[in-house]
Design a protein around this ligand. Structure first.
Ligand code: GLN
Length: 187
């Protein structure tokens, strides 16, 4: 099994570290020719979605990756990554991959709450550490999207088929359970 981590911008190294702890090999996707190797899953890290979307397009990686996701490649997205997957951005005309039936508002927590740390339940897993950093909010889900976690009445993690998206960063805590869930439930 090989997990590919989009490594254009953001906290891709932290995601690689989580899979290393699980003894799962990873490779970095940095340029178009990195897409030629075989990989079984894709990680879209947190960071800045506008920058990631621009680099994906500038490097000609956007279409091939969107096609792979549409064809059912298992994908796990955190924070900016979930913005890349969303079908609609509220207050923002941009759409990136648009493969997931969610409407997302960027930087939805306002200034004071823009970054915080909490623990919560994710798909029945208890006390999972969750770091929110200038996090988006998932405001609407289309049918077929299953809610896996919420915090203070806000949806924070969703799944649709082989796509898993969350608005927080599980990879910053050293807790490997969400990555393990992704591998066992979606590959
Ligand atoms: N605010 C960022 C964006 O809009 C996401 C932040 C993150 O990934 N931690 O893309």
């Amino acid at each position: 099994m090989l997990v590919a981590v989009l490594a254009l911008q953001g906290d891709f190294a932290e995601h690689e570290a989580v899979f290393k702890r699980l003894d799962v090999p990873t490779c970095q996707l940095r340029q178009k020719r990195d897409l030629e190797q075989h990989f079984d899953a894709l990680i879209l890290p947190g960071g800045e979605s506008t920058v990631q979307g621009k680099l994906l397009r500038d490097l000609d990686m956007f279409e091939p990756l969107r096609n792979r996701i549409r064809d059912g490649l298992p994908v796990m997205a955190t924070c900016a990554g979930s913005i890349l997957l969303a079908r609609q951005l509220l207050d923002d005309p941009a759409v990136h991959f648009g493969t997931m039936g969610i409407s997302v508002r960027r930087n939805a927590y306002g200034r004071q709450l823009s970054s915080f740390h909490t623990t919560g339940t994710f798909a029945g897993l208890k006390d999972v550490p969750m770091s929110f950093i200038r996090a988006p909010q998932i405001e609407f889900c289309l049918p077929g999207v299953e809610v896996l976690a919420e915090h203070d009445g806000r949806i924070t993690a969703v799944r649709q088929g082989k796509q898993l998206a969350m608005t927080f960063h599980p990879e910053l805590s050293g807790d490997t359970r969400i990555a393990a869930y992704f591998l066992s439930e979606m590959l």
